[in-house]
Design a binder for this molecule. Structure first.
Ligand code: FAD
Length: 529
């Protein structure tokens, strides 16, 4: 092969100089991941302002996040103690159907019997009031506060694939459901990743970006800082949070709001100290429905992260803060509140010219299913996959943009389902969930789901991180939409389904008996045993 033909095959050289603006979770995850992917073949500068704080929340994750740590070559013992991290086996929804009711959306695939999902069978033959206890092993483990790992580190006995700590990505494991995600302290993770990335050569500049320079084509040529002059680069990553300094402000890319379908636009957050020796660490994020939204509870090793996500159209910030403080009780008395205005929706395109927005600058939906960090992780993987060369092939950019758009639009539909599905109708906020606009495609799906529980053929068709079983959980759990079992189940012997329900209960009983509590497990991890 001649040299000319070889270089045709190799294509243009990949760009080598990356400037990341912003040092929150998005900025540092991006810096760390790119160094893990490319080593010192790419020069990375991260600039963050000492005057503009990070958002200070974002502590519950999706189970795919384990691929992020694995990609970085980090084992749980390496990073979890440093970030006060705990395990999360599910989201626990409280009071979405009626006061006192709860159900789980666990990280556990739904079993099938004779080609029908177990939830379908459960509708036909409910063996108890709780579909989650009957259909998922995980629900019992969470009720009992269990860790998903035994004290010697073994994963609970399930049909899950461990990846031997080799670098892995979300894409390779689509369809395989790992049994847990993590909770961690956001600022500790950013600190940990700062060390990780700077040790591997990322240049860290603490300075305020005053403005963004564009060349004659309208591409970003540099960012001008207060004390470090201009920082030039080939590729700019906008991780400046809701400000979206580069993508929205400098490049003028429009923002597509989701607010008509997801009206919660505000939050107030508290960091409540807890004593691991006294308080049980629940292995789940809890989302408790309230008068104008819901309250999250995220148990960490040293504290509880909690906050009220609400709609300003229905509640004032001071009332939200009062409600949250009453919800938490005396432990919240001296804790300062962090009030946050949320921008719900996505940038029309997240990658424009030579600027890619990752994190809140790209898009955000309320954290009901902890998707913010998942969006970041997915975006970074997609950036590596569609990484640009000097010729700036626009197809790579387009492919990236459609992947990121699909994920956010898909998650939006899933979140809207929580509100449309909620049975509670006790005030105007909840009554309005019945009449509020829903995305067109979801309206069609909702009709289909009344006749047949969601499956791969009827959920949002593009990858968005949420498999059909997740939709089943929300529909059956929130209880406001009548779902019917398949008529065929009338004609099929139910004995195998009943045996499956029984086997799930037995498996759960055995695991509750043998697994440690989260407190026991993390004490051991912290002791280094
Ligand atoms: P930020 O944290 O806002 O960081 C912005 C960075 O840009 C900062 O470093 C700042 O200094 C820098 N910056 C800004 N302007 C300049 C400038 N002029 N010059 C230099 N630097 C600048 N996600 C989840 O996955 N799970 C959750 O449970 C969850 N809960 C959330 C709850 C709420 C209420 C909100 C609002 C979000 C939540 N998220 C959650 C989302 C998550 O917090 C974010 O996705 C994540 O923290 C990433 O934020 P970021 O890095 O994009 O922005």
């Amino acid at each position: 092969m001649t040299h000319a033909r070889a270089s045709e095959h190799h294509g243009a050289d990949a760009v080598r100089n990356v400037v990341i603006v912003g040092g929150g979770t998005a900025g540092w995850m991006t810096a760390a991941y790119l160094t893990a992917a490319f080593g010192d073949r790419v020069g990375i500068t991260l600039v963050e302002s000492a005057d503009v704080g990070t958002i200070g929340v974002g502590e519950a994750t999706f189970s795919d996040i384990r691929h992020f740590f694995e990609f970085l070559g980090l084992a749980e013992q390496d990073w979890m103690p440093a970030c006060n991290a705990t395990y999360k086996l599910a989201v626990r929804f409280e009071d979405w159907r009626e006061p006192g009711h709860h159900f789980y959306h666990p990280f556990e695939q739904l079993r099938s019997v004779k080609g029908f999902p177990l939830t379908d069978w459960w509708l036909r033959h409910p063996t108890s009031e709780r579909f989650d206890l009957d259909c998922f092993v995980m629900a019992s483990l969470i009720d009992a506060g269990r860790s998903p790992r035994h004290l010697d580190g073994r994963l609970l006995e399930q049909e899950f694939v461990e990846t031997d700590g080799l670098p892995s990505t979300i894409a390779e494991y689509q369809g395989a459901q790992f049994p847990y995600a993590y909770h961690f302290e956001a600022h500790l993770l950013a600190k940990y990743l700062t060390r990780y990335a700077t040790r591997r050569g990322v240049r860290h500049v603490v300075d305020h970006v005053l403005d963004v320079g564009l060349d004659e084509r309208g591409w970003v040529s540099h960012v001008r800082t207060a004390e470090h002059g201009s920082l030039e680069g080939d590729l700019f990553v906008d991780c400046t949070g809701f400000r979206a300094l580069l993508l929205n402000k400098a490049l003028g890319e429009p923002f597509v709001s989701y607010q008509d379908t997801l009206p919660n636009d505000s939050a107030v957050a508290l960091q409540v100290p807890m004593d691991m020796d006294k308080d049980a660490i629940r292995p789940c994020t809890t989302a408790t429905a309230q008068d104008a939204g819901w309250i999250w509870t995220i148990p960490l090793i040293s504290r509880i992260g909690t906050g009220y996500v609400y709609a300003r159209d229905y509640m004032e910030p001071e009332d939200a803060e009062r409600t949250l403080r009453e919800f938490v009780g005396p432990a919240a008395a001296d804790v300062p509140a962090n009030h946050i205005r949320m921008r719900i929706g996505r940038s029309r395109r997240s990658w424009v010219n030579n600027c890619v927005a990752i994190g809140l600058s790209s898009g955000f939906v309320e954290p009901l299913e902890s998707t913010g960090i998942f969006f970041i992780h997915y975006a970074i993987e997609q950036l590596v996959k569609h990484y640009p060369a000097a010729d700036w092939d626009s197809s790579l950019r387009d492919l990236y943009n459609s992947a990121v758009t699909n994920v956010m639009d898909g998650v939006r539909e899933f979140l809207v389902l929580h509100y449309r599905g909620a049975k509670r109708q006790d005030n105007q906020y909840w009554r309005d969930t019945r009449t509020r606009t829903v995305p067109d495609a979801l309206a069609e799906r909702l009709e289909l789901w009344e006749s047949k529980v969601p499956d791969a053929g009827t959920v949002h068709p593009r990858y968005h991180g949420l498999p059909p079983y997740s939709y089943n959980c929300i529909l059956l759990g929130t209880g406001g939409i009548q779902v019917k079992p398949s008529p065929a189940l009338d004609l099929i012997d139910e004995k195998y389904a009943l045996a499956e329900f029984q086997s799930i209960r037995e498996k759960a009983r055995t695991l509750v008996g043998s697994l440690p509590t989260q407190n026991e497990y993390f004490k051991r991890m912290r002791d280094g045993r």
